[in-house]
Design a protein around this ligand. Structure first.
Ligand code: CA
Length: 233
């Protein structure tokens, strides 16, 4: 799968087999991967060469993934960062978001899973604002019609804004996953470099949406310990 302009992707992972595997998959998909073993070396590479995306393991020699992430976020606020976390370690995901990561993949992951996250991040990085979602979809017990800006459930119907439809579509697509406020601000609001201050915007919109859908049990959007939200479809 050749690309006209291969995108440089930095892979910071100390486990050789995973690093090589990820690099191979990226190369196969037309990207230009660069594998690095240590956290401090990874940080240095990311700061000296322009990359479209950084894939970052957490437990690394030299400097751990959270520290690298924090430093990258400070110096390169717009750089998409995907962290690799251990299965079941939700605290890693939350600490990663806290450090400024955009998204995560839990180990062990499949090639399809990894590439879905990579593609989404790269797409998002180049996108502005909410994507047009026109096909109707289900959100818990609700039927959402984007063209009509309406959600219905039996005889009940509520009007939605375009942004609320985009939010519901994203939650539906990513059911069961934790979505950081940072990601929501990027993807739904189109902020390239979201700031902590703007996170209240997300909270207010989610609160309003929950109220509209009376979403206690039919379509629950969970708050994940101050870091983000999750639709438990
Ligand atoms: Ca490791």
């Amino acid at each position: 799968m050749a690309r006209e302009n291969p995108l440089a992707v930095l892979v910071v992972e100390d486990e050789a087999s995973i690093r090589r595997g990820v690099c191979d998959v990226l190369a196969f998909h037309g990207h230009a991967p660069e594998g690095v073993e240590r956290g401090d070396t990874g940080l240095q590479r990311a700061l000296t060469k322009q990359h479209a995306l950084v894939i970052l393991d957490v437990m690394l020699p030299g400097m751990n993934g959270f520290e690298v992430c924090r430093e990258l976020r400070r110096q390169l606020p717009g750089l998409p960062i995907l962290i690799l976390t251990a299965r079941g370690a939700e605290s890693d995901v939350l600490e990663g978001f806290e450090a400024g990561a955009d998204d995560y993949v839990t180990k062990p992951f499949s090639v399809a899973e990894l590439m879905a996250r990579v593609d989404a991040l790269l797409r998002r990085a180049g996108a502005n604002g909410p994507a047009a979602e026109e096909a109707p979809f289900r959100f818990g017990a609700w039927h959402v019609d984007p063209a009509e800006l309406r959600a219905s459930r039996g005889a009940r119907a509520v009007e939605l804004t375009r942004r609320e439809v985009a939010l519901l579509a994203l939650f539906a697509r990513e059911a069961g996953r934790i979505l950081s406020r940072r990601r929501l601000l990027r993807e739904i609001w189109g902020f390239a470099e979201p700031d902590r201050i703007e996170t209240r915007t997300v909270d207010m919109h989610i609160a309003k949406l929950r109220k509209k859908l009376a979403a206690s049990s039919d379509a629950p959007i969970e708050t994940v310990r101050g870091e983000g939200y999750r639709f438990v479809g």
